[in-house]
Design a protein around this ligand. Structure first.
Ligand SMILES: Cc1cc2nc3c(=O)[nH]c(=O)nc-3n(C[C@H](O)[C@H](O)[C@H](O)COP(=O)(O)OP(=O)(O)OC[C@H]3O[C@@H](n4cnc5c(N)ncnc54)[C@H](O)[C@@H]3O)c2cc1C
Length: 328
């Protein structure tokens, strides 16, 4: 085992999840302290075209597995392919974004490789020779720290937006090693039939620069229309509190917070969201926070850059009209 840190690059249909680039920056930082380097693993079909982007974000070596069976994610073939890359790269740790795919893959991979596993870390640092991972427990009220000794492989998933990506370096080049993998019948028992996307055309909150989020105060799915209109004119994404998602006003894929997604956009507009600690856990890293609420002592005002003490049903359409007017 060497001191390198391998990052699993999550991609779908040739589009790389931005969190992968955040993990490359983190891996580079950690590896510099342990005498290793940040390396990347790209699995899929026709992934060679993605290697320049991965190199530009700081990967010092890229391992690829190109196979038609890896076009769409399935647990078994991805586990086998990533395990083969680990065999070739022999890193001390593998970093994987905390996504539905990442959680699924990390567990299976750790079992396959008899590795240590920590899921959904919000912080990962080097202490002495060891990696120390922090995760949230008790609804974010406490952080639990795990010291991972270096005598066995470590598989760690990291929450999106817990770290920032480095500025990409255009023209950066890096060695690429193709790893050959034989997928057996056991890997291919589950057949891919059809991909049904539920979010086509709508930005995901973890990738947006601007988010307009709505809470329980919206009262219905239909009323979210005004949130979508404001997000649309700002070219942003729509987020929601858990109360709004639990009530069925929005899908849980849009939930921001401790048990939802962590976001750090340039602008977060919280409309009719109270600001419970679990919601703040997912958005307090936003650069500018605008809170729209009718309750003067709503906790959201304590983290807001700008507070608007008014009815969202009045203000949000006014904002949409004003931005539309400004954009001509
Ligand atoms: C283990 C655990 C995990 C959780 N994870 C999450 C999570 O990931 N994300 C999350 O969001 N929550 C999470 N929660 C739930 C959280 O505690 C709150 O219950 C939830 O965030 C409340 O949502 P809300 O602010 O939309 O609703 P409410 O608390 O009902 O607040 C509604 C707000 O809207 C305001 N309002 C009402 N009408 C208007 C109007 N017309 N105009 C303007 N403002 C108005 C009210 O003053 C109020 O502040 C979690 C809870 C637990 C226990």
């Amino acid at each position: 085992m060497n001191s390198n840190i391998l990052v699993f690059i999550e991609q779908r249909e040739g589009k790389i999840l931005p969190a992968s680039f955040q993990l490359l920056a983190l891996a580079g930082e950690l590896a510099a302290k342990t005498g290793g380097q940040a390396e990347a693993c790209l699995l899929g079909q026709n992934v060679s075209g993605l290697t320049p982007a991965v190199a530009s974000y700081g990967a010092k070596k890229i391992y690829t597995v190109d196979n038609a069976e890896l076009r769409y994610y399935r647990t078994q073939p991805y586990t086998t392919a990533l395990a083969a890359v680990i065999g070739a790269a022999d890193p001390r740790a593998v970093l994987i974004p905390t996504t539905a795919l990442g959680r699924d893959l990390a567990g299976r991979l750790a079992a396959r490789r008899q590795a240590a596993l920590v899921i959904d870390c919000t912080e990962l640092v080097v202490e002495g020779k060891d990696l120390v991972a922090t995760t949230n427990v008790y609804a974010g009220k406490l952080g639990a720290k795990f010291k991972l000794s270096g005598d066995r492989l470590q598989v760690i998933t990291i929450r999106s937006n817990a770290y920032s990506a480095a500025e990409p370096q255009a023209g950066a080049s890096t060695p690429v090693q193709a790893v050959s993998v034989t997928l057996g019948p056991g890997d291919l028992r589950l057949k891919f039939k059809e991909l049904l996307s539920t979010t086509s055309g709508i930005k995901d909150v973890t990738e947006a620069d601007i988010i307009v989020a709505g809470g329980r105060a919206l009262k219905s799915e239909a009323n979210f229309k005004i949130i979508y209109e404001l997000a649309g004119v700002l070219d942003g994404a729509v987020g929601a509190s858990r109360a709004a998602c639990d009530a069925g006003y929005q899908p849980h894929t849009r939930q921001v917070g401790l048990t939802g997604k962590t976001v750090t956009p340039r602008l977060y507009i919280a409309c009719g969201i109270d600001g419970a600690i679990q919601h703040l856990a997912g958005m307090r890293g936003s650069k500018v926070i605008v809170a729209v609420n009718i309750k003067p002592d709503a906790p959201i005002f304590q983290v807001a850059t700008y507070g608007c003490l008014c009815d969202l049903f009045t203000l949000v359409p006014l904002l949409t009209n004003e931005f539309m007017r400004m954009k001509g």
